[in-house]
Design a protein around this ligand. Structure first.
Ligand code: FES
Ligand code: FES
Length: 149
């Protein structure tokens, strides 16, 4: 079947199967920032935005996003690069496999929360796992990016 969506600002028609997951649809569309890790809603690697809110694309049927706005990291590359530079400066970039999903969550947080506390930041990021960094560098980077360091 076909679905119409606005993908990174452009109207597109996508061919999808009824049981196809959004992560697979987006990767088939060459949006390789969308990563898959656990496939069980535990790691956050597959985070994209649907109508501006972060969702787990490994747990979202593509047919459910008909007529919605889908944003991947490719669609917010300038903001993503700005935050990625801060991540690197804080030593919070190691294997980098988790970065796209993590960055999409942080950019969504910047849009949603104003002057969040450290507890609110940690709570917002609960669904994004990183096996490499120990989180403290990431937390410093997020606070710097949000201007609450
Ligand atoms: S791959 Fe979607 S949460 Fe892990
Ligand atoms: S940097 Fe390696 S999992 Fe996050």
């Amino acid at each position: 079947m076909q679905i119409e969506v606005i993908l990174n600002g452009k109207e597109v028609v996508l061919d999808v199967k009824e049981d196809e997951l959004l992560a697979d649809t987006l990767r088939a569309h060459r949006l390789h920032s969308v990563r898959k890790g656990c496939n069980t809603t535990c790691c956050g690697l597959c985070t994209v935005w649907v109508d501006g809110r972060p969702v787990l694309s490994c747990a979202t049927l593509s047919v459910r996003v008909q007529h919605k706005q889908i944003t991947t990291m490719e669609g917010v590359s300038e903001d993503a690069e700005e935050f990625a530079r801060i991540l690197v400066s804080e030593g919070a970039d190691q294997c980098g496999f988790c970065n796209p999903g993590f960055i999409m969550t942080v950019l969504a947080m910047k849009n949603e929360l104003h002057n969040p506390t450290e507890e609110e930041i940690i709570h917002y990021l609960t669904g994004n796992l990183c096996r490499c960094t120990g989180y403290m560098g990431q937390l410093r980077a997020v606070k710097k990016y949000l201007g609450v360091a």
